[in-house]
Design a protein around this ligand. Structure first.
Ligand code: PLP
Length: 395
């Protein structure tokens, strides 16, 4: 009888795949679904990037293999973007690696650092790939730390570290909470990792989705970070190009070299035309047209978040518009999974907070990847919700 490796048996179901299946079943049955579940932007990829992709397809060699580390021009564009955006200087050869989406790099970094039985520290709630794709699939042990205070920041004094602890994952702006990093907090985390010889994997996938005057930092701006940290970022949310699969890892050269070593055994890089298109986006990021479009998109997301906050308030659910990300993380003070099932009956898809760890059990995450009109419609449907089903203690 054919069996799976133990590590595969240890993986919990990937909840987003389940949600996609339920959603497609309902759509096939003719239900008008409003999907506020998966974090996949509905806004268009900027035209300059699409044009660049089309032109790149005609470039000689565009259909040939790239390298797993990424084309030199792409790594140079990433380094230049980091310099202009964060004031961080990177060597494109030794401190930048292209990724097939940042998820790929976050998973593969486990292979770089963790031996079987080693421990990785990860936030609860947090993006599931840290525990599963990265840690469990490296035969290592996920150890969670709580983000339960009002600002969803780690309490370093309560994070258990021993001789087997090798890695710490951190993600701000945060999926799912929408919380943002505090500079003092980042300094403390870098000191903590340096003190305990931990590799800090900082997930900055939402760095460019922020509102008002708030601008997300890079952990590499912190003194000492280059000694212990690697940062993961992506064009997915920045340019609404999730399906292109293009991201990058930057930072500590030893980890970046290790990542390239692992990747060289697994993948042959992302398509050259995709790298060209992404490089065009990064090169034009600060130009008037693209930055205006980008700011407008962020304003649209903010308006949607505010619409949802107001709509939920009207039915007795309190939430706060985050400073960054397109997620609204609300504590419904009841079982989130039951609530989400009730929502599904109304044709509204949201993600139960438990998908991000036990601390999310009473939360629901809404992703504002639908128009304001559709969000208003979702809120209308939610008025029919009987909250007492999810929380019998409500009167
Ligand atoms: C926190 C976080 N990190 C990383 C990713 C991966 O994004 P991508 O692989 O598209 O770059 C996601 C995707 O939703 C995410 O939410």
């Amino acid at each position: 009888m054919i069996g799976y490796a133990d590590r595969l048996e240890k993986l919990p179901p990937y909840i987003f795949a389940d949600l996609e299946r339920i959603q497609s079943d309902l759509t096939q049955k003719g239900v008008d679904i409003i999907s506020l579940g998966i974090g996949d932007p509905d806004l268009p990829t900027p035209r300059v990037i699409i044009e660049s992709l089309k032109n790149a397809l005609a470039e000689p060699g565009s259909s040939n293999y790239s390298t797993s580390a990424g084309e030199e021009y792409f790594r140079t564009s990433v380094a230049e973007w980091y310099r202009r955006r964060f004031g961080v200087t990177l060597d494109p050869d030794s401190e930048v690696c292209a990724l097939i989406g940042s998820k790929e790099g976050l998973a593969n970094v486990g292979r770089v650092v963790l031996n079987p039985g080693d421990k990785a520290l990860l936030p609860n709630p947090g993006y599931p790939v840290y525990a599963q794709g990265s840690t469990i699939l490296s035969d290592a042990i996920p150890v969670v730390f709580n983000l339960t205070n009002e600002s969803f920041q780690p309490d370093l004094g309560n994070i258990p570290v021993d001789g087997r602890t090798k890695l710490l994952f951190l993600n701000y702006p945060s999926n799912p909470t929408g919380a943002v990093a505090e500079r003092d907090g980042l300094e403390e985390v870098v000191d903590f990792c340096a003190k305990h010889n931990l590799v800090l994997c900082y997930d900055n996938a939402y760095s460019e989705i922020s509102f008002g005057s708030y601008r997300s930092p890079s952990v590499l701006q912190i003194d000492g970070a280059m000694e212990c940290a690697v940062e993961f970022n992506s064009c997915s949310k920045m340019f609404n190009m999730t399906g292109y699969r293009v991201g990058f890892a930057v930072g500590n050269s030893k980890i970046i070299t290790g990542l390239k070593k692992v990747k060289a055994q697994i993948d042959s890089g992302l398509p050259r035309f995709v790298q060209r298109a992404a490089a065009t986006g990064l090169d034009n990021y600060f130009d008037f047209d693209l930055s205006t479009e980008h700011n407008k998109n962020n304003e649209i997301l903010k308006e949607r978040l505010e619409t949802l906050v107001q709509g939920l308030r009207a039915i007795g659910i309190e939430g706060r518009t985050p400073k960054a990300t397109f997620y609204l993380w609300v504590n419904i003070r009841a079982d989130g999974a039951t609530f989400v099932k009730e929502l599904l009956k109304l044709g509204v898809v949201a993600t139960p907070g438990i998908a991000f760890g036990s601390n999310g059990a009473t939360y629901v995450r809404f992703s504002v990847t639908q128009s304001t009109k559709r969000i208003q419609e979702a809120v209308q449907r939610m008025r029919k919700l009987d909250l007492r089903k999810a929380n019998p203690s409500l009167r």
